[in-house]
Write a protein that binds this ligand. Structure first.
Ligand SMILES: Nc1ncnc2c1ncn2[C@@H]1O[C@H](COP(=O)(O)OP(=O)(O)OP(=O)(O)O)[C@@H](O)[C@H]1O
Ligand SMILES: [Mg+2]
Length: 456
């Protein structure tokens, strides 16, 4: 029998818990209730797992919005529907920003509620299935799991899944650090060729004189350092996959030879005139703009059209920031296993900073930031002060509004005070220590510059 979906209802009014609980149980869900946000958190922290939570907006103690933020930070997979008797647009916008999937006004219409729950759970199960599929693939091939639950990433996964089953040439594009190499590996290990070799050549690292002998191989005596015969990478990829990474950097003369190989699947080793057949599937990738290079006659358009049969465009991280909590959980788990460090999450300040930052280096930069935090943080939660200065500086710019009638020196001083407060999570003793001034002096400077006593 399929497992029933588990729903947690959180409301401070018992009659609502009873009526909604009955309603959802009748529709086949396993329902639990909590009379406050605190009790809901206790259940979750105690290990109870839920697929979906329905949260009331206005509750004494921790309110609905705060509960959603805490739940989403620790348990990003739970779908949350919020309901309120005071349904106003600003509340709904705030709720959606905190990760609420849907927003309903009280009194709740049973049919509408059931429809929304069904829709959200169907979506969640599709995501879970995709995550499961990706994790299975990674386990099978012992390669790193690909994380992503947002629309743009699900589209990429769907393309990987479809294209992997074919022998079509795939061209992967996207900014540096977005996961192109990881995707190429997944395509190979999910294809019919998974038992063959995945041969990877980074075209950017090879000097023009070496690239041809690397790709096509050479025979003994072909050039002065060719002391013996050597198989090329294309030959090695026979019955497997050839992954030409950084394809934009192949020199023009090699492009012509490569085009011939792609047309005939036959290679001649350098210095030889015998041809060898290689049956390989081609994957290429680049973070450069190839069309621009073609326009400048730096890249052959016929070669481009030969390998660009299916293009997978990997989005930059700033276009799927909602994946950041999932990526954080993943990288924290990975580094915890590697290092025995007790870190199991981030503070709210750190999470906010990580969400605000634009990640020009994409997922690689985020991964490096977490690896770095594992060096500097010896507490359970990564805090903003454990993050690289780039992330931190970018965030501090937001609050550094210069005071209009100050001299430049004063503006700099205000900026510095703010920066240290941000870095220490508004802990005035620590901030004063960082600035090298007594705590009282810091307090008077804060007053002079109109800096609030608590974080804004
Ligand atoms: N979706 C993802 N889930 C988990 N890890 C990821 C994901 N995308 C990328 N990574 C990790 O981020 C790092 C960078 O990824 P990758 O090397 O594939 O980027 P790239 O697009 O090839 O970058 P470049 O253009 O600089 O070569 C790798 O360590 C990779 O494992
Ligand atoms: Mg790469």
């Amino acid at each position: 029998m399929p497992q029933r979906d588990k729903i947690l209802i959180v409301d401070d009014e018992q009659p609502i818990l009873d009526s909604l609980g009955d309603l959802l149980e009748q529709r086949g869900y396993a329902v639990e209730t909590a009379l406050s946000a605190e009790l809901a958190l206790q259940r979750l922290n105690g290990g109870d797992r839920f697929d979906l939570a329905m949260v009331d907006y206005l509750m004494p103690g921790i309110n609905g919005l705060e509960l959603v933020k805490q739940v989403k930070q620790k348990y990003p997979d739970i779908v949350i529907i919020m309901f309120t008797a005071y349904g106003t647009i600003p509340i709904a916008v705030d709720a959606m920003k905190s990760g609420v999937a849907d927003f309903l006004e009280k009194p709740v219409n049973p049919d509408e509620l059931h429809f929304i729950i069904q829709k959200e759970l169907r979506y969640k199960h599709a995501i879970d299935q995709n995550a499961y599929f990706m994790a299975e693939m990674a386990k099978k091939s012992s390669i790193e799991n690909i994380i992503g639950q947002t629309e743009p990433m699900l589209e990429v996964f769907e393309q990987i899944r479809q294209v992997a089953q074919t022998d079509t040439s795939v061209f992967i594009t996207g900014e540096s650090g977005t996961g192109k190499e990881l995707i190429a590996h997944h395509i190979h290990y999910y294809s019919q060729r998974m038992s063959g070799r995945l041969v990877q050549v980074s075209c950017v690292e090879l000097a023009p004189g070496v690239i041809e002998s690397e790709l096509f191989g050479h025979v003994k005596g072909a050039f002065t350092t060719a002391l013996q015969n050597k198989r090329g990478k294309i030959e090695e990829a026979d019955r497997g996959t050839l992954f030409l990474d950084e394809i934009a950097d192949i020199p023009l003369e090699t492009q012509t030879k490569l085009l011939r190989v792609l047309q005939s699947k036959e290679i001649c080793r350098v210095g030889d005139n015998k041809s060898i057949i290689s049956d390989f599937r081609l994957i290429t990738a680049t973070n450069k703009n190839l069309e621009q290079r073609i326009a400048k006659d730096q890249f052959r358009s016929d070669l481009y059209y030969r390998f660009n049969v299916v293009e997978i465009k990997v989005p930059p991280l700033r276009d799927h920031k909602e994946d950041i909590p999932h990526l954080l959980n993943h990288f924290i788990r990975v580094y915890r296993e590697k290092t025995n460090n007790p870190i199991h999450g981030t503070t709210k300040a750190a999470q906010d900073a990580l969400m605000r930052y634009d990640w020009p280096g994409n997922i690689r930069e985020l991964k490096n930031a977490i690896e770095r935090a594992f060096v500097f943080c010896h507490e359970e939660l990564i805090d903003i002060r454990h993050l690289p200065d780039t992330v931190f500086d970018d965030n501090s710019k937001l609050s550094l509004t210069p005071t209009p009638d100050c001299t430049n020196l004063a503006i700099m001083e205000k900026d510095l005070v703010l920066k240290c407060l941000l870095k220490t999570n508004w802990n005035k003793t620590h901030a004063a220590a960082l600035l090298g001034i007594p705590r009282n002096t810091l307090k008077s400077k804060m007053k002079r510059y109109g800096i609030p006593d608590q974080p804004p």
